[in-house]
Structures are given as structure tokens and as C-alpha cells.
Design a protein around this ligand. Structure first.
Ligand code: GDP
Ligand code: MG
Length: 152
């Protein structure tokens, strides 16, 4: 399984509800490595680029208004298979269809307030990491317990 990076963002509802620590903890406990972390209120331009694939959808304007309405916690996580694994940990887009044990399954009820974003493929992960982070904002580091996470 290749080591890769993914972009995750705790949306304004997750920040407003005080779920940042809970959500960060889930990815830490899984064993993935945090390589980028910042809080910001996204500009309209950033939000429209990030969700550009949904530009023609009826919910687009509301989605952009929501995501720019307050602070977002933007993150880059690294690990073997982290893109697909993070999507599993996040759960289905519709929180009522998300399995218990997933972030959306445990912490959300509404599709328009589903707490967290995660890249869905290697190409979108590359695009989103580059959109939200400067290369200098990402940390190269080795966790002290790395050999206890991944078989060398
Ligand atoms: P995701 O990759 O699981 O986040 O889902 P999508 O890429 O399909 O959609 C992006 C985001 O747009 C979702 O996380 C929702 O916040 C929002 N969204 C998607 N579909 C709908 C919808 O039908 N109604 C509303 N209000 N929001 C939606
Ligand atoms: Mg998506």
C-alpha cells in the first residue's frame, strides 16, 4: 500500500460545535501522521475552487455560503492508503446513511452540515492540498513510534 497524503477539512459546523479535538483524535488514534494544520475562514474564491466540481448543482451557492461562514480547520494527513481510509472513517455524505462508528455516522444528521470534508482520490487530494496549503506549511517528520505503527 503506497504512502500518500490527503486533504481533510473540519467544516464550520464542526468547529462551531467544538468537535475539532474529537475529529483530530480519530485520525491520530488510527495511526496516520499529521503533516499540515491550520484554521482559516475560507475566501469565496477558495471555496468556489474547492467545490468547483459541484458548480452546476442546486446546492452550490448554499454550500459556498456555508463553508465561508466561519473558521475551517484544514489538514493534511499522511499514511499508507490514507485517502480511501479517511473516506471510510468519515462515512457517507448523507449522515443518516453513514455507518455508526464513522465521523458523520456518529456526529452529524444533515447533508448540509456533515462536519468534515475528505479528498476522494489521489488527483483530488493533490489538487486540494495545493489549493489550501503552501509547500512550506507542510512538515516532514517521523513519529518517534513509527516502527510500532508500520512494519519496517
Ligand atoms: P463528500 O465528498 O462526501 O463531501 O460529498 P460530495 O462531494 O458529493 O458533496 C460535497 C458536499 O456538498 C457534501 O459534503 C455536502 O456538504 C454538500 N452536498 C452534497 N450533496 C448535497 C445536497 O444534495 N444538498 C445539500 N444541501 N448539500 C449537499
Ligand atoms: Mg466530494
Amino acid at each position: 500500500m503506497a504512502t500518500e497524503r490527503t486533504f481533510l477539512a473540519i467544516k464550520p459546523d464542526g468547529v462551531q460545535r467544538g468537535l475539532v479535538g474529537e475529529i483530530l483524535g480519530r485520525f491520530e488514534r488510527k495511526g496516520f501522521k499529521l503533516v499540515g494544520l491550520k484554521q482559516l475562514v475560507p475566501s469565496r474564491e477558495l471555496a468556489e475552487s474547492h467545490y468547483g466540481v459541484h458548480r452546476e448543482r442546486p446546492f452550490f451557492a448554499g454550500l459556498v455560503a456555508f463553508i465561508t461562514s466561519g473558521p475551517v480547520v484544514a489538514m493534511v494527513w499522511e499514511g499508507d492508503g490514507v485517502i480511501a481510509s479517511a473516506r471510510k472513517l468519515i462515512g457517507a455524505t448523507k449522515p443518516l446513511e453513514a455507518e455508526p462508528g464513522t465521523i458523520r455516522g456518529d456526529l452529524a444528521v444533515n447533508i448540509g452540515r456533515n462536519v468534515i470534508h475528505g479528498s476522494d482520490a489521489p488527483e483530488t487530494a493533490d489538487f486540494e492540498i495545493g489549493l489550501w496549503f503552501q509547500p512550506s506549511e507542510l512538515c516532514e517528520w517521523t513519529p518517534a513510534d513509527q516502527v510500532w505503527r508500520v512494519e519496517p
